[in-house]
Design a binder for this molecule. Structure first.
Ligand code: PLP
Length: 365
């Protein structure tokens, strides 16, 4: 069986180093906001090319903290509207709503699965104050076009980079294309911890301080609280694990891109729509997503042939009962995507033979 994602195998490559770090941390007895967190924050900021990085408990919290910090700074206020792609993972919208803001769903481009910038201006009202760009599946959203729109309408531009660690364009990396960015280090992401973890990156020193306060009970000095903050910090042990894995992020992404290149050039089946990929660094293939009108049959066929797949995602956010108020909205492109997408196995530990097996099975379908 070719697993969709073999996390055991991914982490086995680091086993020795991870065990050693666990022992060291246990010995040291310092578990919150210590040297490993500092080292990860400066290392990840340097990796992304930003001035600041603040570790958080999860990727969702990283997003919420960005919005809450902007509210604390007076740059957003409850009820403000945020443009967000309709086909993103639901966490993008949950963050907007948790911060007391309003999501405005915009249809994606069917070929890139990212926000279609030509559809954004029509959705902008007097209440629109921000765009949340999502680099879905690991492919950078059209940041130049979105930056032009943000500038023209005086909007904040925020990246949901939870699937795009290391994706680059024009010498810049995800996390450094906007006013602020949120990352997740959920175990299955391109840079994954051994539990929940996240981070915010930004070049804005005011925002960085506000997020630091907000993620630590609204406090910079112990027991002095200047804001109604939350507790959502990156654990020292997770930071230690991430410090071990960060140096391999680029080479891991290159292995994903190599597999994607093979899939794109060798899968030849008129019933399957492939992503467009010409080898550029703007896609780090957190997921390799194909589309087929016979998705369920294809999924069952692949499973019969020993190939595990996943669907990202089966139900669009506006059709979830969590967002009952959106259930009647029609978003045909988003709905088509959710009905047809299928994610193939892709990871740095997949072998050439496994990739070949996936390609041959798809071509024989
Ligand atoms: C994973 C993910 C998140 C949330 O990250 P968590 O660490 O799981 O909270 C947010 N947005 C997108 C697009 C994601 O894929």
């Amino acid at each position: 069986m070719i697993r969709f994602l073999d996390l055991q195998k991914i982490n086995a490559g680091y086993e020795q180093a991870l065990r050693q770090k666990f022992d060291e941390t246990l010995q040291k007895g310092w578990f919150i906001l210590g040297d490993e967190v500092k080292r990860f924050e400066s290392g990840f900021a340097a990796y992304c090319g930003t001035r600041y990085c603040i570790g958080t408990g999860t990727g969702l919290d990283a997003l919420v903290l960005i919005f809450k910090a902007y509210i604390e700074l007076g740059k957003l206020k409850p009820g403000d509207e945020v443009i967000v792609p309709a086909n993103t993972f639901i966490a993008s919208m949950l963050a907007i709503e948790q911060a007391g803001l309003k999501s405005v769903l915009v249809e994606p481009d069917l070929t890139s699965y990212n926000l279609d910038p030509t559809l954004v201006p029509a959705k902008i009202t007097a209440k629109t104050k921000a765009i949340l760009a999502v680099h879905l599946y690991g492919k950078l959203a059209p940041m130049h076009a979105l930056r032009d729109i943000a500038k023209k309408y005086d909007l904040l531009l925020i990246e949901d980079a939870a699937q795009a660690h290391g994706a680059g364009f024009d010498g810049r990396k995800a996390g450094n294309f906007a006013h602020a960015a949120a990352f997740s280090f959920y175990p299955a992401k391109n840079l994954g911890a051994l539990g929940d973890a996240g981070a915010v990156t930004t070049n804005d020193s005011e925002l960085a301080s506000a997020i630091f306060r907000m993620h630590n009970y609204g406090s910079e000095k112990k027991y002095v609280h200047v804001a109604k903050g939350v507790n959502s910090r990156l654990d020292e042990i997770q930071a230690a694990f991430l410090n071990i894995k960060l140096p391999n992020l680029d080479s891991d992404n290159q292995l994903r891109q190599k597999i994607a290149s093979r899939y794109v050039s060798e899968i030849k089946n008129p019933k399957i729509a492939l992503p467009i990929y010409k080898g550029s660094p703007d896609h780090v293939f957190h997921l390799f997503v194909i589309r087929s009108e016979e998705r369920e049959a294809l999924r069952a066929y692949l499973l019969d042939n020993g190939i595990e797949t996943q669907i990202h995602y089966p139900i669009p956010p506006h059709k979830q009962s969590a967002f009952e108020e959106w259930n009647d909205i029609a978003l045909p492109i988003t709905e088509k995507i959710h009905a047809e997408v299928l994610s193939l196995p892709i990871s740095p530990v997949m072998t050439d033979a496994e990739v070949t097996q996936v390609i041959e099975a798809l071509n024989a379908w």
